[in-house]
Design a protein around this ligand. Structure first.
Ligand SMILES: O=CC(=O)O
Length: 365
């Protein structure tokens, strides 16, 4: 493993597939854009030259481009934007393995056109993210952050303040009833809540029936729910799905939680509707500014949301931030890289690049 550019110090004992003859003997180079656990480095270092970023921060774009220029494999994370222009500077690249599920930050078509596999992690993020969604909803409904601030400010002990709302017996609407939505529904079942869901795809699209949920149109879900949890990915159909008009149609005082993608919700409209009291609270783990596929995304979390700590509960994309889950996610991505380098169909493939040859079967996408 090295922190230097591979071209500075190539170490050679194993061939990558598809490596031009001039590079015979060169070990494939794998660039990891963000920190991974030690066993993942060991797993890759056995056969590859690994260029890691073991810091807490993303690399400056120019440094990432410099590192990726000689890469055969790239492990990409949420803050990475993989565009056609980026790929054009990576002539050797065979695989972008996402240590993520929602891959809206990766231009899959551009990868396919260049013969590059894209993989993602299908299911390892579901349960941790559902757990966080339940936590955010409870935290918001029961004023847990405000209570915490109160104790730290010396105001411990009972007072007739911070009365919240209960989930027990309430109506909870899930926008998105894929794996994540169904996992959230399973966790919330214990509250004896009526669970509504809205999703253009069949509820059992992934082959598993979810817990009992009443499937309704989005308009009905918003009108009936005491709280709404966004569990939807970002795509052309979900961009600002919850726009001002739809947010205004939510029940007065209702709560909104977003663990899907920031841009499914119009955050500025949320801030205004919180200020005027129409919405009772907003919790989010994902924000519009993170959605790198949008050239018009905001620069950060709207200040208005940050400035309302009693009505908002905000976390920094912690959905999958469970150590045991993260190791599995990284392992999945590392395995996909090794599979491509061994000319196998990688786990979690979302495309079928033509360059990989007819011997490779078409993956189920
Ligand atoms: O939000 C995280 C992911 O989709 O990987």
């Amino acid at each position: 493993m090295t922190d230097t550019h591979p071209m500075d110090a190539p170490s050679m004992d194993r061939l990558a597939t598809d490596v031009p003859p001039a590079d015979m003997g060169r070990r494939p180079v794998v660039v990891l854009t963000h920190r991974v656990h030690r066993p993942i480095l060991d797993m890759l270092s056995t056969s590859c030259e690994v260029i890691a970023n073991q810091s807490d921060e993303s690399l400056p774009p120019s440094e990432l481009r410099r590192r990726a220029a000689g890469a055969d494999g790239l492990m990409a994370f949420m803050p990475d934007r993989i565009t056609a222009e980026f790929l054009d500077e990576c002539p050797r690249l065979q695989v972008v393995a996402g240590a993520l599920k929602g891959h809206d930050n990766i231009d899959v078509d551009a990868c396919t056109e260049r013969g590059i596999w894209v993989t993602r992690v299908e299911d390892l993020l579901t349960e941790p993210t559902a757990e966080l969604a339940a936590g955010l909803l409870i935290g918001l409904a029961r004023n847990i952050p405000a209570g915490d601030r109160s104790v730290r400010a010396g105001r411990a002990g009972w007072r007739p303040t911070l009365y919240g709302t209960t989930l027990v017996g309430s109506t909870i609407g899930l926008v998105g009833a894929g794996r994540l939505g169904r996992a959230v529904a399973r966790l919330l079942r214990g509250f004896e809540a009526t669970i509504l869901c809205s999703d253009p795809a069949p509820v059992s699209s992934a082959g598993e029936e979810g817990p009992e949920m009443e499937r309704v149109e989005l308009s009905e879900l918003l009108e009936r729910s005491d709280s709404v949890v966004v569990c939807a990915p970002l795509n052309a159909h979900t961009l600002h799905l919850l726009d001002r008009r739809r947010l205004e149609s939510m029940r007065p005082g209702s709560l909104l939680v977003n663990v899907g993608r920031g841009s499914v919700v119009d955050e500025s409209a949320v801030a205004e509707l919180l200020r005027c009291g129409h919405l009772g609270g907003f919790a989010a783990d994902v924000f519009e500014f993170e959605d790198l596929s949008r050239s018009d995304r905001p620069a950060g979390v709207p200040e208005d949301l940050v400035a309302m700590p009693d009505r908002t509960l905000l976390t920094p994309h912690l959905g999958s931030a469970v150590a045991s889950a993260r190791i599995q996610i990284e392992e999945h991505a590392a395995r996909a890289i090794l599979q491509v380098l061994a000319r196998e169909v990688p786990d979690g493939a979302v495309n079928r690049p033509p360059r990989t040859g007819s011997a490779v079967p078409t993956p189920a996408v």
